[in-house]
Ligand binder design. Sequence first.
Ligand code: AKG
Length: 265
Amino acid sequence: MKLTPSQVARFHEDGFLVLPDLFLPTEVAIMRDAAAFVFAEDNPANIREKQSGEVRTAMGLHLRHEVFARLVRHPRFVEPAMQLLGDDQLYVQQVKINTKAAFEGEIWQWHYDFATHHREDGVPEPLALNLHVFLDDVVEFNGPLYFIPGSHIAGPAPTQLDVTTTSYPLWVVDRDVVERLARVRGLFSATGNAGTALIFGDCLVHGSPPNLSPWERRIFSVIFNPIANAYTSAQRPDYKHHRDLTPVKPLTDDCLLTAPAVAAQ
Ligand SMILES: O=C(O)CCC(=O)C(=O)O
């Protein structure tokens, strides 16, 4: 799958891309079945919300279920990533589903991914790409991601480590910086049908509000990083930054539809 020249230009200008309905409803149903399986596991890579104890993020998924092993090699993810980076030697850095349980899903504070990748994993440059696919319809009410368009352009903003707001330690961007960045081009709320995909870069400032709605919000995410830009520190668990530097190779476009039945996992 190739992005068009206007999509590539938009990605560089905005720092993100929205690809509506990239995955079919039948493919999303397969992902949801696999999600139910991994969420039910008693696994340290299932990190729970501070308040409710509901799963907040389930990590290391390509090592836990064949559907996700295939999804991280799906050509609709891998080929645009290679195209945007101009590099076909990428490794799978992180694989997760961030859920926001109905009524309970908590905030993701304003941050950008490179702050964590650099400070905690020793990734040299902000090259990694974060690719999402919505497993539920994401609407204004159930905790969509908010992006600050163009916030990547000035490069890494100052951050501070926040270990208290949620159960997930995060290097967060100060409010005055968010205010200054948002004054330029405002905010963008990334909503869409289940199956919609997002691609965003390592310096794009983003966050998401709590889920007050009665509707669950699950989003699958894979982060690809060039092997030449790999981690230099392995202090975090493997499920937060995978050590395997095998180059990812795309499978065929029907790879999810031919995955073994999830019940057989
Ligand atoms: O799931 C969310 O709302 C936030 C996701 C996020 O910040 C990320 O994938 O980097």
